[in-house]
Design a protein around this ligand. Structure first.
Ligand SMILES: [Zn+2]
Length: 118
């Protein structure tokens, strides 16, 4: 008798705590902390040439195709006059590395527009 009463008074509190934990964990997972360097405004615009985008699931494939197998990069761009080739991580890979894919793409498109790191 006593244990039944105890269960019914404790169960809602446990459920509430579990829901709160899930909500907090979900909110944390939806906000990657890292951001690639933002380009200067003059380069932060759509690329008007022919854009080739390749996406890879693995960082070693990205680094291989970026011709920098020993680097730490997770994306790169090969700009040319009328064509630009960008190599990007998959959305999931970017997420796992703490980035949002649109931020990485924006960074690489700026390279297509002529931006070079300092
Ligand atoms: Zn860059």
């Amino acid at each position: 008798m006593t244990s039944t009463t105890s269960f019914w008074t404790t169960a809602p509190r446990l459920l509430y705590a579990a829901v709160l934990l899930c909500l907090c964990a979900g909110a944390y997972a939806q906000q990657p902390a890292r951001r690639p360097e933002l380009p200067p405004a003059e380069y932060d615009r759509p690329y008007t040439g022919h854009l080739i985008e390749d996406t890879y699931e693995r960082v070693d494939a990205i680094r291989y195709h970026c011709l920098q197998p020993e680097s730490k990069l997770i994306a790169c761009a090969f700009p040319a006059k009328i064509v630009c080739h960008i190599i990007l991580p998959s959305r999931d890979l970017a997420w796992r590395r703490g980035y949002r894919l649109p931020d990485i793409r924006r960074h690489e498109i700026a390279h297509c527009n002529g931006w070079k790191h300092k």
